[in-house]
Design a protein around this ligand. Structure first.
Ligand SMILES: Cc1ncc(COP(=O)(O)O)c(C=O)c1O
Length: 375
């Protein structure tokens, strides 16, 4: 019996090592990874620049807290703001997606003094008290807290007409994944996101884009905010940000930054020098290896070639891609894994989710196509 708490259902695949887009099981079985460890392994495995950056930072100084100035932390913050395209002027570095969301909410409550948050049906924002309260279906599934820490109302996905009724002068914040991940690679679209921006401006609520899963290049742009041309007041991001070194970030626009005072927010590990080195290495690789263009091109190739076997259509953006199926996704996932291809399911039982490393090439997609066609 395992010493680990039995929290997660286990894939029938043990990973011993990995390289590029390939996972290797004990005994040498090789599996194509189209899931990237839940959207984390953006650069694939064994990336030389990322590995070197962590080795060098570990040798130089593995940790000092945020109270101690460190150039590597400063550089990571600046680089991340530049990567996001210039609308944000400060970043708070934390450890996980849920923690980034909690801090974004704290800022919204502090700035507005209002009691109410609006989230979108199908969303996933994390497993802590506040993030869990904003996660669709959490109450039934795993939300063990006796009550939510604030009032929440739920917006239907993509229904701009419903926004005004839910987002009111009592609303502190609207939180939305521009492309839902767990919800099934479901893209909200520019019109809906623009309507949310307009309504938040009308009533003085803050707009938070949860880009924990869809951000950091996954949609073929730095963030989905760039893709849709909408500037939220805050962006949260994690997963691909560290390529597996745990880290997350809250990016803030100038008027949010202005509301921060000493001790408003805090963390021990967040923004540690190892995390900072990982963030710098990820952005270096994305920019110097033209990975955004690769994501756009290869994602298009999936759409152009993989409408075979059980695949009826596509949804999502870039490498947060949903394959809409004529059969249950969990059956197709199992059948693909039997053919040495790892994919993910989602909250939508008919949608298979692909979250591959950004280095994926057409030759790998051809393997997927062949396996799908044989199902
Ligand atoms: C969109 C989104 N937000 C938040 C989270 C929570 O992130 P973490 O597990 O790092 O707390 C996730 C995790 O899957 C996510 O997909």
């Amino acid at each position: 019996m395992s010493a680990l708490a039995p929290v997660f259902a286990q894939y029938p695949l043990e990973v011993e090592r990995a390289e590029g887009v390939w996972l290797y099981a004990p005994g040498g079985r090789r599996v194509l990874d189209l899931y990237g460890g839940h959207a984390v392994a953006a650069l694939g495995y064994g990336h030389a620049g990322w590995t070197r950056a962590l080795e060098m930072q570990a040798a130089a100084c593995q940790f000092q807290s945020n109270a101690v100035p460190m150039a590597v932390r400063e550089r990571a913050g600046e680089r991340l703001l530049r990567f996001a395209g210039g609308h944000y002027d400060s970043v708070f570095l934390v450890n996980s997606g849920a923690e980034a969301n909690e801090n974004a909410l704290k800022m919204a409550f502090r700035m507005t003094g209002r009691p109410h948050v609006v989230a979108v049906e199908g969303s996933f924002h994390g497993r802590t008290a506040a993030a869990g309260a904003l996660t669709w279906g959490a109450r039934d599934k795993w939300h063990a807290f006796p009550r939510t820490p604030f009032d929440v109302s739920w917006l239907p996905r993509r229904e701009a007409a419903a926004i005004a009724q839910h987002v009111t002068h009592d609303t502190a914040a609207v939180i939305v994944e521009p492309v839902q991940g767990v919800g099934g690679a479901f893209d909200m679209g520019a019109d809906y996101l623009r309507a949310l921006r307009r309504r938040c401006d009308e009533v003085g609520a803050l707009l938070i884009f949860d880009e924990v899963q869809c951000g950091m290049g996954r949609v073929g742009q730095p963030f989905a905010a760039n893709l849709y041309g909408v500037v939220p007041d805050m962006i949260t991001t994690a997963k691909a940000l560290g390529n597996g070194f745990p880290c997350a970030a809250l990016l803030m626009t100038p008027h949010v930054t202005k509301a921060i005072k000493l001790e408003t927010l805090g963390t021990t590990f967040g923004g540690g020098p190892m995390a900072a080195a990982a963030i710098l290495a990820v952005i270096d690789a994305i920019e110097h290896e033209a990975l955004l263009a690769n994501v756009r091109r290869v994602s298009q190739y999936v759409r152009a070639t993989c409408r075979v076997g059980p695949v009826a259509g596509f949804q999502g953006e870039g490498f947060l891609l949903g394959l809409r199926l004529s059969r249950p996704a969990k059956d197709v996932q199992a059948a693909l894994l039997a053919r040495d291809i790892l994919t993910g399911t989602s909250g939508d039982p008919q949608v298979l989710r692909l979250l591959p490393p950004f280095i994926l090439q057409e030759e790998h997609v051809d393997l997927l196509k062949g396996a799908l066609a044989a199902l």
